[in-house]
Design a protein around this ligand. Structure first.
Ligand code: SAM
Length: 249
């Protein structure tokens, strides 16, 4: 899979693409990432990529020509990409979207800056994506959030694929279970006995129950949706009833 990122601040991606799981995925070639400086696609000697908004008002707007030229260059070099534009009002990024993106061959992410991009850029955009209801100074952090969530889903990127299955929002969409590591007791707080038992089946059942409990407590709307969509087994439904009863006592 390939990402082409278009930004006015390419240096922001240096550490992100060098360190940790993402760094390894890039250096091993499991994902190819090219970061393009939007200024390289400006025509004038000052490499201007923004201009004042028509109609007046505050701030600057990213001009259309450098973005279209970058899109043409990237398409010619690597084939037509699926184009994502970061926007605060875009579709909310989610694990489902990350899964969908991880199956694409080539994604181009356009990072907005200033007041955003000229509206005509939307003619080459397939998806406007937001990472949440707040406004950042630019689309670079959203681009890194999107790439991080997608790259870790590419087969072979995580050392242990099992950990993907246990993640929140994966599989049926429940939240993850509580984790403990050594020591077995710390400042009077003990690791649940069952996790020390070595009884794998019972540990699995305990973890599933904890996932359900956590989802009921933190994200009740997710549980209601799973029930409505018929995604839960009879046993899980009985467990939910039991937990709800306990809570109402
Ligand atoms: N004028 C815009 C508005 O009315 O919301 C805000 C522009 S913001 C200062 C600059 C750029 O940062 C945006 O064009 C977008 O690319 C990016 N951005 C800011 N917040 C974002 C978010 N929550 N999700 C995705 N991108 C965001």
């Amino acid at each position: 899979m390939r990402f082409s990122v278009l930004t006015v601040l390419p240096g922001l991606f240096d550490c992100f693409l060098r360190e940790g799981v993402i760094g390894k995925a890039v250096s091993s070639g499991k994902v190819k990432v090219n970061v393009f400086n939007l200024r390289d696609f400006a025509f004038d000697k000052h490499r201007v990529v923004d201009d004042v908004p028509y109609g007046g008002g505050p701030g600057m707007v990213l001009k259309p020509e450098p973005i279209f030229r970058a899109y043409d260059h990237i398409s010619e070099r690597y084939g037509k990409p699926y184009v994502v534009l970061t926007e605060p009002w875009g579709e909310k990024f989610s694990q489902d979207m990350a899964l969908e993106f991880s199956k694409r061959e080539h994604i181009m992410i356009i990072c907005g800056r200033y007041e955003g991009v000229d509206e005509r850029v939307k003619s080459i955009v397939d998806r406007e994506v937001s990472i949440g209801d707040y406004v950042l100074t630019g689309g670079e952090l959203p681009a890194m959030v999107i790439m991080d969530a997608v790259i870790r889903l590419i087969p072979g990127v995580l050392g242990n694929e099992e950990s993907l299955r246990a993640d929140s929002f994966m599989g049926k969409g429940l939240l993850g279970y509580p984790n403990y590591t050594r020591p077995a007791e710390y400042r009077g707080m003990k690791v649940p006995e069952i996790l020390l038992s070595g009884h794998h089946k019972r540990i699995e059942e305990w973890r599933r129950e904890q996932s359900i409990r956590r989802t009921i407590e933190r994200r009740p709307e997710l549980i209601e949706k799973l029930i409505k969509d018929g995604k839960l087994s009879g046993e899980e439904l009985r467990l939910i009833e039991k937990i709800k009863k306990e809570k109402s006592v």
